[in-house]
Design a protein around this ligand. Structure first.
Ligand SMILES: [Fe+2]
Length: 470
């Protein structure tokens, strides 16, 4: 056993003292961090003899020739290079599925699920992943998957790496400590974590006194496409929505530890395993742009109409995974929280609509003052509730909301979604059979829309030719 700057835990619960206190900020910045003074070379990337006897390694997240603005690469200065690893062998994929998704299908009905429940004892982040659905495939570098996660056990000696795509971890219950090659991220519900392709990481539960009780659970969005970037702001100007300065990357933290550590790698849609004789969290210094981040969703500035009608929901875009087509993204991540309705002569809830994009949401917190009975499993307000509305599936607010909004006055009123995170995507989400047949799948709420009765006051038939305007 060598020196450690990162506590090695025998217990599955991480200690309270593991809360990191510093980050480097700014999405897409050329970040740098060193855990030992002088470990980071100055003026060059690849010196003949790096400080402290470290090895140099470059990790590319994009090809060498992409424009600078979208380039992702980092330089790592580590105790052993990543090439020092045993032979990987296939392991059971558990409940993880990857594109192409063929075992079930895309549905024209809205589909919703109650939150994941307590997993079997000894379930960690990897074994607790259950794929909900997706489209595209890792091989095409296009598409995505969305997974539930639910874990009651930390990963002191287990590490994951995904070469198929980047992960966005969205906790809904209990704070997790995400250890990565680049350092540690504390991620409570209300924050999200971005883990770039191939960056090794593990997910630990903070002790219940600081992280919350019960299992850690939430959603993972897996992006097979181009790395997420901030959306262009257009006429909004230079500020607003998610600001670059609010994204936090970890500072370097390493361990020089000779002990068995299992690395589970997702490649080509399958899981592979190798047990190293050392910890791969041995990066002493790094610099670059291919780095993990966390982001506090309360920093997102909601923007909305203050005159009449609605802005389109694209105004809630948080991050996008671009395609080659202008304005068409592989995934648009969005968020919705609290604001005000102040439009005049406007039906203030969203209009009834059929959207060419597939819409998905997960609930992170309920609106203030939600009655206890509306927080229970199966409710739209339940923390961890998820739903998918595939492209061009009609949807909108229930009859009670229509009646309330139609009769409402003109005074501004608080708008409170609680906290939602979701995505829009250009293809239907194909469900896995596990999701399609889950006992957490909720009954179709379509019959409630039968309450949207006809209020039509015109004649039984008509055509434009017969209309005479006075
Ligand atoms: Fe919608």
């Amino acid at each position: 056993m060598g020196r450690n700057t990162l506590e090695t835990r025998a217990e599955p619960q991480a200690a309270d003292g593991d809360e990191p206190t510093s980050y480097v900020t700014g999405f897409g910045n050329e970040h740098s961090s060193e855990a030992l003074p002088g470990a980071l070379p100055v003026g060059q990337n690849n010196p003949k003899r790096p400080a402290y006897g470290l090895y140099t390694e470059q990790l590319n997240g994009t090809s060498f020739l992409v424009p600078r603005a979208t380039m992702r690469r980092s330089w790592l200065y580590r105790i052993r290079p990543s090439v020092v690893h045993p032979h990987f062998t296939r392991m059971d994929n558990g409940m993880i599925r990857s594109g192409p998704f063929t075992d079930s299908g895309a549905e024209p009905n809205k589909v919703a699920w109650s939150a994941v429940s307590e997993p079997a004892p000894g379930t960690d982040f990897i074994s607790g992943l259950v794929t909900q659905g997706g489209f595209g495939s890792p091989e095409s570098s296009s598409g995505m998957a969305v997974h539930w996660y639910c874990a009651n056990t930390s990963m002191p000696d287990r590490v994951m790496s995904n070469t198929d795509g980047e992960f966005v971890i969205i906790p809904t219950k209990r704070t997790v400590m995400v250890r990565t090659e680049f350092g540690r991220l504390s991620v409570p519900p209300g924050h999200i974590a971005l883990i770039p392709r191939a960056v090794k990481f593990s997910v630990d539960l903070l002790s219940s006194s600081s992280g919350g009780a019960g299992a850690a659970s939430g959603i993972v969005v897996e992006n097979y496409g181009a790395p997420f970037v901030l959306p262009e702001l257009g006429v909004l100007g230079a500020n607003g929505l998610a600001n670059a300065r609010d994204f936090e990357a970890p500072v370097a933290a390493y361990e020089d530890s000779a002990r068995p550590v299992e690395v589970v790698q997702k490649t080509g849609g399958n899981l592979w395993t190798a047990t190293y004789d050392h910890s791969p969290f041995d990066v002493v210094a790094w610099h670059g742009t291919h780095v993990p981040y966390r982001y506090d969703l309360s920093r997102f500035q909601m923007v909305h109409s203050t005159s009449f009608d609605h802005t389109d929901p694209s105004i809630a875009t948080l991050l996008v995974s671009p395609t080659g087509l202008p304005g068409v993204n592989n995934i648009d991540l969005f968020t919705a929280s609290r604001g005000w309705f102040a439009q005049r002569n406007t039906f203030r809830p969203n209009w009834y609509h059929r959207n060419v994009a597939t819409e998905y949401i997960v609930r992170i917190s309920a609106p203030e003052g939600t009655p206890e009975e509306d927080l229970k499993a199966g409710s739209w307000s339940e923390v961890g509730y998820t739903e998918v509305v595939n492209q061009l599936t009609p949807h909108g607010v229930p009859p009670s909301a229509w009646e309330y909004a139609t009769d409402a006055g003109e005074d501004p009123i608080p708008l409170d979604f609680g906290l939602l995170l979701g995505f829009e995507a250009p293809h239907p989400l194909v469900l896995t059979s596990a999701a399609a047949t889950s006992d957490r799948r909720l009954p179709d709420d379509q019959p409630m829309f039968d309450g949207l009765i006809s209020h039509f006051t015109g004649p039984a038939s008509g055509s434009a030719q017969s209309v005479e305007r006075s």
